[in-house]
Write a protein that binds this ligand. Structure first.
Ligand code: URP
Ligand code: ZN
Ligand code: ZN
Length: 470
């Protein structure tokens, strides 16, 4: 069978472990060759299409391991569907997402997972996998975990936040961790002390402090640091790795660093909002609702600590926690009580460029480290190595032809996420995805969508080998 062949010529291939001037030959859905002067080695008729990558970087498609398409939350639903959300992701150079399927209270993991398959299948424009949010930990759900690991859904998110919604107590967290010691799954933790936060939040509201800003005040960094330490210690007691999601504060980072220094396989991600936005964004009256997420945005002096965490590998991954709610009609549910603002920010489209601008252009880290935190490390930690996360022969041809010098202004007027505002409105960034390929197919070219609804496939993933090896 002959495959469509695309030659990507004249670019700089950037992987997490090094860069080289090289052409890339794509054959069908995979990368067939990487090297200089590939054109001379192939008969002209063997090349169906050429993409000029002169002055461009050729990077592995980015992987966002934390998204919430259509999440039911805060009395409403996150606005992006798998179609609109993965389309926006593709525009921003992200060619794989791992979304959180939800087990609703009293229902099985299976029902939750089936529902997420239904949402995604036939709709996603790039490949996707699932983690599972566990709302109940009991004998039934614990035994279902083993089955999900076997089906390629090997990670389970539990929450020490959101009492009455997703909250698990210490016993539940510990039991789920013990189970992963047997089934090789990975526990992902939302680590904030929800019960303590609720006490402070109720006190603030009772005193008339109801604006979104007080969402940030109630969810003090100490509450994140405490819960991060607690769940890491529980993982140590259970003898399993643990992954802290959306780490926002230096208090929590210090706990991850200390754990890693004593040899614990503790891993963590941060998100662009914690690197680029601050508690001040939550001010400005009710406008601050646009920035309500949990953990909340922190005072600006936490940001350089997080960047250092990325430089030193105490933080391994940057994902988005993409969970978009319109300002009009959705965030407005919390007028008069910040506790009722749906929690979550849009961002799946912006991560690659923001991290290029703040990380590489900003002189904080190399372009190789950029590729690591947005693509290679997520692949390693989430069972996608060998398929995704590198420009390598035999890998899926998920590729981004990236212009590191293009400048653009982020705006809701031009973004592709199905949400009526941008957290980064007016911010200038340097770096832009010009051409994006998903499994050998051009899905975005020079600002035009050329993909197809339903092109994205479910990615069954191996248990997190890398987390266990560390
Ligand atoms: O505010 C957030 N982070 N919303 C999404 C749900 C979660 O906790 O990740
Ligand atoms: Zn969370
Ligand atoms: Zn989340």
């Amino acid at each position: 069978m002959t495959h469509h062949r695309i030659l990507i010529e004249g670019g700089t291939v950037v992987n997490a472990d090094g860069s080289q001037q090289a052409d890339v030959l794509v054959e069908g859905e995979t990368i067939a060759a990487i090297g200089r002067g590939l054109r001379e080695r192939l008969p002209t008729e063997a090349i169906d299409e050429t993409i000029d990558a002169t002055d461009r970087l050729v990077i592995p498609g980015a992987i966002d391991v934390h998204t919430h398409m259509e999440l039911p939350f805060g009395g409403t639903f996150a606005k992006d569907t798998f179609e609109t959300g993965t389309r926006a992701a593709a525009f921003g150079g992200t060619t794989t997402i791992v979304d959180f399927a939800v087990q609703s209270r009293g229902k099985s993991l299976r029902e939750g997972l089936d529902a997420w398959h239904q949402k995604a299948q036939g709709n996603a424009v790039v490949d996707y996998g699932f983690h599972m949010i566990m709302s109940d930990v009991n004998d039934d759900t614990l035994s279902e975990m083993d089955q999900l690991v076997a089906e390629g859904v090997p990670d389970f998110k539990l929450f020490t936040a959101y009492p009455g919604v997703f909250y698990s107590d210490d016993a539940a967290v510990f039991r789920a961790m013990q189970r992963t010691d047997r089934n090789s799954g990975l526990i992902m933790m939302h680590a904030e002390n929800g019960p303590a936060i609720d006490v402070v939040a109720a006190e603030l509201v009772a005193q008339g402090m109801t604006d979104p800003y007080y969402h940030g005040v109630a969810r003090h960094p100490i509450f994140e640091g405490e819960a991060t330490n607690r769940v890491i210690r529980l993982a140590e007691a259970a003898g399993v790795p643990v992954y802290i999601v959306h780490l926002s504060a230096r208090d929590a980072l210090a706990e991850v660093r200390a754990a890693r220094d004593r040899g614990t396989p503790a891993f963590a991600e941060t998100c662009p909002q914690y690197l680029f936005l601050t508690l001040d964004d939550l001010g400005n009256g009710f406008e601050g609702a646009k920035y309500v997420c949990s953990p909340p945005l922190r005072p600006g002096d936490h940001q350089e600590d997080l960047w250092k965490g990325l430089i030193k590998d105490d933080l391994q991954v940057v994902s988005t926690d993409h969970c978009p709610f319109d300002y009009q009609g959705q965030k407005e549910l919390g007028r008069g009580d910040f506790r009722k603002v749906p929690n979550g920010l849009p961002g799946v489209e912006d991560r690659v460029d923001l991290l290029h601008d703040g990380g590489v252009v900003g002189g904080r880290f190399s372009r190789e480290r950029w590729v690591d935190v947005i693509s290679a490390a997520p692949a390693r930690l989430f069972g996608l190595a060998g398929r995704k996360g590198a420009v390598a022969v035999g890998h899926d041809a998920d590729l981004v032809i990236y212009d590191p010098n293009a400048e653009r202004t982020i705006s809701a007027a031009t973004h592709h996420m199905a949400v009526d505002y941008s957290c980064y409105e007016g911010r200038r960034v340097r770096g832009r995805s010009d051409v994006v390929l998903s499994r050998g197919r051009v899905v975005v070219r020079n600002g035009q969508f050329q993909g197809e609804r339903g092109w994205g496939r479910f990615l069954p993933r191996d248990p997190a080998d890398d987390a266990r090896r560390a």
